[in-house]
Write a protein that binds this ligand. Sequence first.
Ligand code: AVI
Length: 319
Amino acid sequence: MLLTLDRQTVSPPAVDPAFRQDILDGFARMPKATPARWFYDHRGSELFEAITALPEYYPTRVETALLAAHCGDVGMLTGQGRAVIEFGAGSATKTPHLLSAIAPVAYVPVDISGDFLRESSATLAARFPDLTVLPVEADFSRAIPLPSAVADMPKLGFFPGSTIGNMTPAEAVDLLRMMRGSLGPGSMLLIGMDRVKDPAVLVRAYDDAQGVTAAFNLNLLARINRELRGTIPLEAFAHRAVWNDDAARIEMHLEALEDVGFTIDAVPFSMKAGETIHTENSHKYGPRDARLLLRAAGWAPLREWTDALDQFALILAMA
Ligand code: AVI
């Protein structure tokens, strides 16, 4: 049963003021840096879906296999009848494994992209006709008022995809603490985290041979041109993926290939050849780091599952 979309954010205006502000602030910084959340317009979300199917991008494949293999164990530990709250649901391709295993009373997918949320909610509602689906269009990095229908139910937060890695460790702790507050006492959290591994494997995962990740990164500039009256020459930029060992993260940058000048909403900017815009961090966590992050936010890790190569971990934690 699919109920109406609970809109926490109003339909996007012609120019999203938060997007404008973040981009103008980010381009004014030295070095230039923009928040990764602005990748996900409709085209960006499509490109991200394409990334998840790339041979080099192992996280989605490995995490889906972990869920398929261990959802029975997850169901035993969580018990039946919780409400599942999925943060950043996107196309929710991993969710059916979890829903089949724990038979939730309600499923609340939360995502900033209304289009994707509507499509995936309709697909899930058709596949699980007895399940109450209550989609919430919202930015889960801010406090989310959950639908009143699930207020008194025990909850399982589901945060797959290693999205936590796109935040700094300090932001990650804040977010995990906020989720604990939104989900309430007695809640549980199932989270996916990508492991630290051979940098060559990581760089390939973020700089694939077909250039899909490059297109995903460059789409940010196209979006700026489209939505903020930008004049950025896309052909003057190249995608770069770099392993930062000290910070244990893959960084994505857009590097100017020549000296370049452009405007964004009539504000002038210039870049020298070789200068970059830092567009994303994807932090990777070793086993102890992952548990420490959860503990720092008040979650007690209960059990974790990883693949034979220890590429990716699914961790179940209690509030
Ligand atoms: C959404 N997030 C977990 C992806 C990641 O792996 O950090 C985003 C991504 N960026 C490039 N490829 C995938």
